[in-house]
Design a binder for this molecule. Structure first.
Ligand code: FE2
Ligand code: FE2
Length: 301
């Protein structure tokens, strides 16, 4: 394909150097920058209630305030559990990206820095799980196996497109939570830290993805478009572990059925994917042939 050179301010090397400098100025340690000893606030939510999977359903109407708050605790724990696992996957994908890179290159240095951020994020989500006392929510066994086998075929295109699937979706939920005074201060602090550090990861992934697209043949790009769409269609529906409904005293099969057909929740998922879908379409990582995968992921109409 025709390769249009990027303006100098946006070349991957210049972006990586800028992100390395920002990392020095704005990085957090979840062990010391979060007050884990502070008690949880009575009556506060664990995420934005209007974004919960059952909001507005007949089941929701039958729940009292306490049970709704409990649902928010388990839904946030599930997002954190699945988010932590996806970040562990990203660490593995970055390690593979690094294996063939020049150690002198600032892109190498930034990718190593980002791995460091992610190890602290996974620790933060793990400490949150302990604090919330929820079951260890995470991916189903088939998804773990699919990643182990499928990721062998990943290249930079898939690595950075899939990094964006996790990062851009969680970013939308977490920016809103960080601003919402109805939510527990602990959760808002976690979201605030994660949003600040993830903004760098999104810049890096977007730049690397644009660069990879410009250097990949159209046949290879078509393969990775499908692989990205397929992976997203498997990952995204697992963000909410269905066992959480039982933990809040609901019939899991009925709750899952109502969540799946809930128009509010469908809109929430579309809203969470807006920026991601626009970017992947603009860069040529989604074409009409992959719309089915992205609809299955709940991110397209
Ligand atoms: Fe992260
Ligand atoms: Fe990240």
């Amino acid at each position: 394909m025709t390769h249009h050179p990027l303006p100098r301010a946006q070349t991957p090397e210049v972006v990586a150097q800028r992100l390395l400098r920002t990392s020095v100025a704005h990085s957090f340690d979840p062990v010391t920058d979060i007050d884990w000893e502070a008690p949880l606030e009575e009556g506060a939510w664990f995420c934005v209630p209007e974004r919960l999977s059952l909001y507005g359903t007949p089941l929701w109407e039958g729940m009292d305030e306490q049970q709704r708050i409990e649902l928010s605790r388990h839904e946030f724990a599930s997002l954190a559990g699945m988010g932590g696992w996806l970040e562990l996957c990203l660490i593995q994908m970055l390690a593979r990206y690094l294996a063939s890179r020049d150690l002198k290159d600032p892109r190498t240095h930034y990718a190593l820095n980002e791995m460091g951020d992610e190890t602290r994020h996974v620790t933060m989500f793990g400490m949150l799980h302990r604090k919330l006392g929820c079951p260890p929510y995470g991916p189903p066994a088939y998804l773990r196996r699919a990643f182990t086998a499928g990721s062998l075929a990943f290249q930079d295109l898939t690595t950075f497109a899939l990094a964006l699937v996790t990062e851009e979706l969680l970013d939308r939920f977490q920016r809103e939570i960080a601003q919402d005074e109805r939510v527990q201060p602990l959760i808002r602090r976690i979201c605030q830290i994660h949003v600040i550090e993830e903004a760098r990861h999104v810049s890096f992934a977007r730049t690397e993805l644009r660069n990879s697209v410009a250097h990949t043949s159209s046949t290879r790009r078509a393969f990775h478009r499908h692989l990205t769409g397929l992976a997203a269609s498997l990952d995204v529906p697992c963000l909410l572990d269905p066992s959480l409904y039982r933990a809040v005293g609901l019939d899991p099969a009925e709750a899952r059925r109502q969540a799946r057909s809930n128009p509010h929740f469908k809109e929430t998922m579309l809203w969470s994917g807006e920026k991601l879908i626009a970017f992947l379409t603009e860069t040529g990582m989604i074409s009409r042939a992959q719309h089915l995968w992205w609809r299955r992921a709940g991110l397209m109409r």
